[in-house]
Design a protein around this ligand. Structure first.
Ligand SMILES: [Zn+2]
Length: 280
């Protein structure tokens, strides 16, 4: 099975035991320095994320500034933001369908300015830039009220920038992102692992489109039973609200499937489009 092979490779490269490509964030230089508290673990649960494997991680922004985050799978949570999200939590059913988080991009933000980072140290490769353009085209091609505007540059702290996509220089394929904030802003920083560049442009497009999907509120379509490792990321919380019109069961061709293969075409399937057009 090609998917398993690619995932095994990712895990090998990353020295990481969980075989999800998008988990393939290298652990090599990220020693755990403290345990995640019970309070944080229960907040993760209450927003619908299984806290298993949650760890503190240092997210390095373009330019070198660092932020401490709680990292689970390919998702990063700032601690204070997680607390706000948990406070908003309400129980929802946990059936096997396409899911979104409670927080979505607010209706006052219809133009999403994305910066593809080109500054030294964290520049997207030329393949990544092409793939990011294709990913943005995916979102602009469907019938939603969102309009994504892509520019390339270095000014990631500019307040007009909603999302920054950058190369985190980590090995293994995949990336990481987060969910919209309690204030209705998209998740800002999307990290693409340097190792993703070894895949073809369509696969990189898939990773870009997937991480942008998280950043505007999509969860993994197989969050309850990940296609590559069977892990249940958690249900029953505010972070797993079914999107009407999407199917039950694992939707293996969804852009929001948790793990990717080397054969991805980078495109939405029909259910992804239904989900996005319903939400936005
Ligand atoms: Zn993901």
């Amino acid at each position: 099975m090609k998917k398993i092979k690619v995932l095994a490779l990712g895990a090998l490269l990353a020295g990481f035991s969980i075989s999800c490509q998008k988990d393939a964030v290298t652990a090599d230089n990220q020693e755990l320095t403290k345990e995640v508290s019970q309070e944080i673990l229960s907040k993760l649960s209450s927003v619908g994320v299984d806290p298993t494997g949650a760890k503190y991680d240092v997210m390095v922004l373009p330019g070198g500034e660092t932020r401490e985050v709680i990292s689970v799978s390919d998702l990063n949570f700032a601690v204070d933001e997680l607390k706000k999200m948990a406070d908003l939590a309400v129980m929802e059913d946990g059936l096997n369908r396409q899911y979104r988080t409670t927080n979505l991009v607010s209706s006052s933000r219809r133009t999403i300015d994305i910066l593809g980072f080109t500054g030294s140290g964290n520049a997207l490769t030329s393949k990544m830039r092409t793939a990011l353009q294709w990913a943005v085209n995916n979102y602009n091609r469907i019938n939603t009220t969102l309009n994504f505007r892509l520019t390339f540059g270095t000014n990631h702290t500019d307040s007009s920038i909603d999302m920054v996509v950058y190369n985190n220089n980590r090995s293994g394929g995949g990336g990481s992102a987060g969910f919209p904030t309690s204030a209705g802003a998209p998740h800002k920083y999307i990290q693409i692992n340097a190792g993703t560049d070894s895949f073809n442009t369509n696969v990189v497009e898939h990773v870009m489109t997937h991480e942008i999907g998280h950043s505007i509120g999509l969860r993994h379509t197989d969050y309850f039973n990940r296609n590559c490792d069977g892990i249940n990321e958690g249900d029953g919380g505010v972070g797993a609200i079914h999107i009407p019109g999407t199917p039950t069961g694992i939707d293996s061709s969804s852009i929001m499937i948790s793990c990717f293969s080397g054969n991805e075409d980078g495109e939405f399937n029909g259910n992804d489009v239904t989900a996005l057009e319903y939400l936005y």
